[in-house]
Design a protein around this ligand. Structure first.
Ligand code: ATP
Ligand code: MG
Length: 283
Protein backbone atom coordinates (compact mmCIF):
# COMPACT_ATOMS: atom_id res chain seq x y z
CA UNK A 1 0.00 0.00 0.00
CA UNK A 2 1.38 3.43 -0.90
CA UNK A 3 0.90 6.27 1.52
CA UNK A 4 -0.18 9.67 0.24
CA UNK A 5 0.08 12.96 2.08
CA UNK A 6 -3.06 15.08 2.45
CA UNK A 7 -1.71 17.50 -0.17
CA UNK A 8 -1.08 14.72 -2.65
CA UNK A 9 -4.54 13.43 -1.93
CA UNK A 10 -6.01 16.87 -2.62
CA UNK A 11 -3.97 17.31 -5.78
CA UNK A 12 -5.22 13.98 -7.02
CA UNK A 13 -8.79 15.19 -6.54
CA UNK A 14 -9.47 12.36 -4.13
CA UNK A 15 -12.67 13.10 -2.24
CA UNK A 16 -12.09 10.58 0.55
CA UNK A 17 -12.29 12.34 3.92
CA UNK A 18 -8.86 12.80 5.46
CA UNK A 19 -8.61 10.55 8.49
CA UNK A 20 -7.84 12.29 11.72
CA UNK A 21 -8.10 15.87 10.46
CA UNK A 22 -11.24 17.42 11.87
CA UNK A 23 -12.35 20.70 10.33
CA UNK A 24 -15.12 21.33 12.84
CA UNK A 25 -15.28 20.02 16.34
CA UNK A 26 -18.12 20.73 18.75
CA UNK A 27 -17.00 19.91 22.26
CA UNK A 28 -19.61 19.26 24.89
CA UNK A 29 -21.59 22.45 24.32
CA UNK A 30 -24.53 23.64 26.30
CA UNK A 31 -26.89 26.20 24.77
CA UNK A 32 -29.49 28.20 26.63
CA UNK A 33 -32.15 30.50 25.12
CA UNK A 34 -33.49 33.48 27.04
CA UNK A 35 -31.25 32.59 29.98
CA UNK A 36 -33.53 29.73 31.03
CA UNK A 37 -34.39 27.31 28.22
CA UNK A 38 -31.69 24.64 28.10
CA UNK A 39 -31.68 23.26 24.55
CA UNK A 40 -28.28 21.65 23.95
CA UNK A 41 -27.13 19.53 26.87
CA UNK A 42 -23.50 18.59 26.33
CA UNK A 43 -23.41 17.99 22.59
CA UNK A 44 -20.21 16.86 20.89
CA UNK A 45 -19.63 16.08 17.24
CA UNK A 46 -16.81 16.12 14.73
CA UNK A 47 -16.87 16.96 11.02
CA UNK A 48 -13.73 15.64 9.28
CA UNK A 49 -12.27 17.73 6.48
CA UNK A 50 -13.76 16.94 3.05
CA UNK A 51 -16.53 14.79 4.51
CA UNK A 52 -20.31 15.00 4.42
CA UNK A 53 -21.82 14.61 7.88
CA UNK A 54 -25.57 14.23 8.41
CA UNK A 55 -27.21 15.45 11.60
CA UNK A 56 -30.57 13.77 12.12
CA UNK A 57 -33.24 13.98 14.77
CA UNK A 58 -36.91 14.63 15.33
CA UNK A 59 -38.55 18.05 15.55
CA UNK A 60 -37.24 20.19 18.36
CA UNK A 61 -34.18 17.97 19.00
CA UNK A 62 -31.86 20.98 18.65
CA UNK A 63 -30.47 20.50 15.12
CA UNK A 64 -30.97 24.08 13.92
CA UNK A 65 -29.68 25.35 17.25
CA UNK A 66 -26.49 23.34 16.70
CA UNK A 67 -25.92 24.95 13.28
CA UNK A 68 -26.63 28.41 14.68
CA UNK A 69 -24.14 27.79 17.48
CA UNK A 70 -21.49 26.94 14.87
CA UNK A 71 -22.09 30.01 12.73
CA UNK A 72 -22.54 32.44 15.62
CA UNK A 73 -26.21 33.29 15.11
CA UNK A 74 -27.40 32.47 18.63
CA UNK A 75 -27.04 36.00 20.06
CA UNK A 76 -29.57 37.31 17.50
CA UNK A 77 -32.10 34.88 19.03
CA UNK A 78 -31.22 35.51 22.67
CA UNK A 79 -29.34 32.23 22.75
CA UNK A 80 -25.94 31.63 24.31
CA UNK A 81 -23.29 28.91 24.50
CA UNK A 82 -22.90 28.56 28.25
CA UNK A 83 -20.48 25.64 28.36
CA UNK A 84 -18.10 23.73 26.09
CA UNK A 85 -16.32 24.98 22.98
CA UNK A 86 -16.34 24.94 19.18
CA UNK A 87 -13.13 24.53 17.20
CA UNK A 88 -12.87 25.30 13.49
CA UNK A 89 -9.68 24.75 11.52
CA UNK A 90 -7.75 24.36 14.79
CA UNK A 91 -8.99 27.69 16.20
CA UNK A 92 -11.41 28.21 19.05
CA UNK A 93 -14.36 30.10 17.51
CA UNK A 94 -16.82 29.67 20.40
CA UNK A 95 -17.13 33.38 21.02
CA UNK A 96 -16.29 34.93 17.65
CA UNK A 97 -18.98 37.03 15.98
CA UNK A 98 -20.89 35.66 13.00
CA UNK A 99 -19.17 37.86 10.39
CA UNK A 100 -15.74 36.66 11.46
CA UNK A 101 -16.86 33.04 11.19
CA UNK A 102 -18.06 33.68 7.64
CA UNK A 103 -14.67 35.15 6.80
CA UNK A 104 -13.06 32.01 8.12
CA UNK A 105 -15.13 29.94 5.71
CA UNK A 106 -18.30 28.88 7.52
CA UNK A 107 -21.51 29.28 5.54
CA UNK A 108 -25.06 28.39 6.58
CA UNK A 109 -27.98 27.84 4.25
CA UNK A 110 -30.89 28.34 6.63
CA UNK A 111 -34.12 26.44 7.05
CA UNK A 112 -36.74 28.00 4.78
CA UNK A 113 -35.56 30.02 1.82
CA UNK A 114 -33.91 33.24 2.67
CA UNK A 115 -33.31 34.93 -0.67
CA UNK A 116 -33.49 38.63 -1.51
CA UNK A 117 -36.93 38.59 -3.06
CA UNK A 118 -36.68 41.81 -5.04
CA UNK A 119 -33.35 41.00 -6.64
CA UNK A 120 -32.74 38.77 -9.64
CA UNK A 121 -31.14 35.37 -9.30
CA UNK A 122 -27.88 36.82 -10.61
CA UNK A 123 -27.96 39.75 -8.18
CA UNK A 124 -28.64 37.36 -5.29
CA UNK A 125 -25.53 35.39 -6.20
CA UNK A 126 -23.38 38.50 -6.52
CA UNK A 127 -24.62 39.61 -3.08
CA UNK A 128 -23.61 36.21 -1.68
CA UNK A 129 -20.08 36.75 -2.97
CA UNK A 130 -19.71 40.14 -1.28
CA UNK A 131 -19.72 38.41 2.08
CA UNK A 132 -16.12 37.43 1.47
CA UNK A 133 -15.06 40.40 -0.63
CA UNK A 134 -15.34 41.06 -4.35
CA UNK A 135 -17.25 38.60 -6.51
CA UNK A 136 -15.05 37.04 -9.15
CA UNK A 137 -16.34 35.94 -12.52
CA UNK A 138 -14.97 32.45 -11.81
CA UNK A 139 -17.04 32.14 -8.62
CA UNK A 140 -20.22 32.83 -10.57
CA UNK A 141 -19.16 30.44 -13.33
CA UNK A 142 -18.55 27.71 -10.76
CA UNK A 143 -21.95 28.18 -9.14
CA UNK A 144 -23.71 28.24 -12.54
CA UNK A 145 -21.83 25.11 -13.53
CA UNK A 146 -22.83 23.25 -10.37
CA UNK A 147 -26.41 24.52 -10.34
CA UNK A 148 -27.22 24.86 -14.06
CA UNK A 149 -30.88 25.64 -13.35
CA UNK A 150 -29.72 28.92 -11.83
CA UNK A 151 -27.97 29.89 -15.04
CA UNK A 152 -31.24 29.44 -16.95
CA UNK A 153 -33.05 31.65 -14.43
CA UNK A 154 -30.37 34.28 -13.93
CA UNK A 155 -32.54 37.28 -14.87
CA UNK A 156 -35.66 36.22 -13.02
CA UNK A 157 -36.80 37.96 -9.83
CA UNK A 158 -36.09 35.69 -6.86
CA UNK A 159 -39.40 36.35 -5.12
CA UNK A 160 -41.33 34.84 -8.04
CA UNK A 161 -39.39 31.59 -8.18
CA UNK A 162 -40.96 28.34 -6.96
CA UNK A 163 -40.01 27.00 -3.54
CA UNK A 164 -37.56 24.50 -5.02
CA UNK A 165 -35.96 27.12 -7.25
CA UNK A 166 -35.53 29.44 -4.29
CA UNK A 167 -33.91 26.61 -2.37
CA UNK A 168 -31.40 26.13 -5.19
CA UNK A 169 -30.72 29.84 -5.16
CA UNK A 170 -30.18 29.82 -1.39
CA UNK A 171 -27.62 27.04 -1.83
CA UNK A 172 -25.99 28.87 -4.74
CA UNK A 173 -25.71 32.03 -2.67
CA UNK A 174 -24.10 30.15 0.22
CA UNK A 175 -21.61 28.71 -2.27
CA UNK A 176 -20.64 32.16 -3.51
CA UNK A 177 -18.89 32.68 -0.18
CA UNK A 178 -16.60 29.78 -1.17
CA UNK A 179 -17.13 28.09 2.17
CA UNK A 180 -14.72 25.55 3.62
CA UNK A 181 -17.68 24.30 5.62
CA UNK A 182 -21.14 24.45 4.07
CA UNK A 183 -23.96 23.86 6.54
CA UNK A 184 -27.42 23.16 5.19
CA UNK A 185 -30.53 23.18 7.34
CA UNK A 186 -33.15 20.88 5.82
CA UNK A 187 -32.40 21.51 2.15
CA UNK A 188 -35.16 19.08 1.13
CA UNK A 189 -37.92 20.75 3.14
CA UNK A 190 -41.13 20.94 1.12
CA UNK A 191 -39.57 19.80 -2.13
CA UNK A 192 -40.94 17.18 -4.54
CA UNK A 193 -38.97 13.88 -4.46
CA UNK A 194 -37.36 14.51 -7.83
CA UNK A 195 -36.00 17.87 -6.75
CA UNK A 196 -34.84 16.42 -3.45
CA UNK A 197 -32.82 13.90 -5.40
CA UNK A 198 -31.40 16.65 -7.58
CA UNK A 199 -30.38 18.82 -4.63
CA UNK A 200 -28.70 15.92 -2.83
CA UNK A 201 -26.92 15.06 -6.06
CA UNK A 202 -25.51 18.61 -6.20
CA UNK A 203 -24.38 18.43 -2.59
CA UNK A 204 -22.55 15.16 -3.23
CA UNK A 205 -20.87 16.65 -6.32
CA UNK A 206 -19.78 19.78 -4.47
CA UNK A 207 -18.13 17.59 -1.91
CA UNK A 208 -16.51 15.26 -4.41
CA UNK A 209 -15.34 17.83 -6.95
CA UNK A 210 -14.69 21.00 -4.94
CA UNK A 211 -13.75 19.22 -1.72
CA UNK A 212 -16.31 21.26 0.25
CA UNK A 213 -16.93 19.89 3.73
CA UNK A 214 -20.67 19.60 4.42
CA UNK A 215 -22.76 19.39 7.58
CA UNK A 216 -26.35 18.71 6.60
CA UNK A 217 -29.39 18.67 8.89
CA UNK A 218 -32.23 16.59 7.54
CA UNK A 219 -35.59 15.06 8.37
CA UNK A 220 -35.21 13.04 5.19
CA UNK A 221 -32.81 10.52 6.74
CA UNK A 222 -32.78 8.18 3.75
CA UNK A 223 -31.49 10.77 1.32
CA UNK A 224 -29.06 12.31 3.78
CA UNK A 225 -27.51 8.96 4.70
CA UNK A 226 -27.13 8.11 1.01
CA UNK A 227 -24.69 10.94 0.43
CA UNK A 228 -23.16 11.28 3.91
CA UNK A 229 -20.02 9.56 5.14
CA UNK A 230 -21.00 9.77 8.77
CA UNK A 231 -24.22 10.42 10.64
CA UNK A 232 -25.23 11.67 14.07
CA UNK A 233 -28.67 11.28 15.61
CA UNK A 234 -29.78 13.65 18.33
CA UNK A 235 -32.73 13.73 20.70
CA UNK A 236 -33.59 16.44 23.19
CA UNK A 237 -30.31 18.27 22.91
CA UNK A 238 -28.07 15.22 23.18
CA UNK A 239 -26.45 12.78 20.83
CA UNK A 240 -27.95 9.35 21.05
CA UNK A 241 -26.27 7.55 18.18
CA UNK A 242 -23.57 8.03 15.61
CA UNK A 243 -21.70 5.95 13.08
CA UNK A 244 -20.72 5.53 9.45
CA UNK A 245 -23.71 6.45 7.26
CA UNK A 246 -23.97 2.95 5.79
CA UNK A 247 -24.24 1.46 9.28
CA UNK A 248 -26.88 3.93 10.38
CA UNK A 249 -28.91 3.14 7.28
CA UNK A 250 -29.06 -0.48 8.44
CA UNK A 251 -29.64 0.32 12.10
CA UNK A 252 -33.12 -0.98 13.09
CA UNK A 253 -33.81 1.99 15.39
CA UNK A 254 -32.93 4.51 12.71
CA UNK A 255 -35.07 2.63 10.21
CA UNK A 256 -37.94 2.57 12.61
CA UNK A 257 -37.85 6.17 13.75
CA UNK A 258 -36.44 8.10 10.89
CA UNK A 259 -37.09 6.02 7.83
CA UNK A 260 -40.51 4.89 9.03
CA UNK A 261 -39.80 1.22 8.33
CA UNK A 262 -40.59 -1.53 10.81
CA UNK A 263 -39.39 -5.13 10.68
CA UNK A 264 -39.66 -6.74 7.29
CA UNK A 265 -39.49 -3.40 5.52
CA UNK A 266 -43.17 -2.66 6.09
CA UNK A 267 -43.82 1.02 6.32
CA UNK A 268 -45.45 1.84 9.61
CA UNK A 269 -48.22 4.34 9.67
CA UNK A 270 -47.28 7.77 10.91
CA UNK A 271 -49.52 7.27 13.92
CA UNK A 272 -47.82 3.99 14.93
CA UNK A 273 -44.38 5.48 14.68
CA UNK A 274 -45.44 8.55 16.63
CA UNK A 275 -46.95 6.36 19.32
CA UNK A 276 -43.89 4.15 19.50
CA UNK A 277 -41.66 7.20 19.70
CA UNK A 278 -43.46 8.36 22.77
CA UNK A 279 -42.92 5.02 24.50
CA UNK A 280 -39.31 4.43 23.58
CA UNK A 281 -36.46 6.86 24.05
CA UNK A 282 -33.10 6.61 22.42
CA UNK A 283 -31.22 5.85 25.61
N1 ATP B 1 -35.00 31.50 19.73
C1 ATP B 1 -35.47 30.55 20.56
N2 ATP B 1 -35.94 30.88 21.78
C2 ATP B 1 -36.42 29.94 22.64
N3 ATP B 1 -36.46 28.61 22.35
C3 ATP B 1 -36.01 28.23 21.14
C4 ATP B 1 -35.50 29.17 20.18
N4 ATP B 1 -35.14 28.50 19.08
C5 ATP B 1 -35.41 27.20 19.34
N5 ATP B 1 -35.93 27.04 20.56
C6 ATP B 1 -36.31 25.76 21.18
O1 ATP B 1 -35.20 24.91 21.19
C7 ATP B 1 -35.56 23.58 20.87
C8 ATP B 1 -34.73 23.10 19.68
O2 ATP B 1 -35.07 23.87 18.54
P1 ATP B 1 -34.36 23.67 17.14
O3 ATP B 1 -34.95 24.66 16.21
O4 ATP B 1 -32.90 23.67 17.32
O5 ATP B 1 -34.84 22.18 16.78
P2 ATP B 1 -34.70 21.35 15.42
O6 ATP B 1 -34.06 20.06 15.79
O7 ATP B 1 -34.03 22.16 14.39
O8 ATP B 1 -36.22 21.08 15.06
P3 ATP B 1 -36.96 21.04 13.62
O9 ATP B 1 -36.69 19.68 13.07
O10 ATP B 1 -38.40 21.19 13.98
O11 ATP B 1 -36.43 22.16 12.77
C9 ATP B 1 -37.04 23.59 20.62
O12 ATP B 1 -37.68 23.14 21.77
C10 ATP B 1 -37.36 25.04 20.36
O13 ATP B 1 -38.65 25.37 20.79
MG1 MG C 1 -34.66 22.99 12.61
Amino acid sequence: MTMTTPDQQRAAGDSTPLPGRSLLSINNIEVIYNEVILVLRGLSLVVPERSIVALLGSNGAGKSTTLKAVCGLLPTEHGEITDGSITFDDHDITHLDAAERVRRGISLCMEGRHVFEHLTVHENLVAGGYIRGRTERTDLDTVYEFLPRLADMRNRIAGFLSGGEQQMLAIGRALMAKPALLMLDEPSLGLAPKLVQEIFGYIARLNAELGTTVLVVEQNATRALEIAHHGYVMEQGRLVLDGPAAELRDNPDVKEFYLGLGEGGVRKSYRDVKHYKRRKRWL
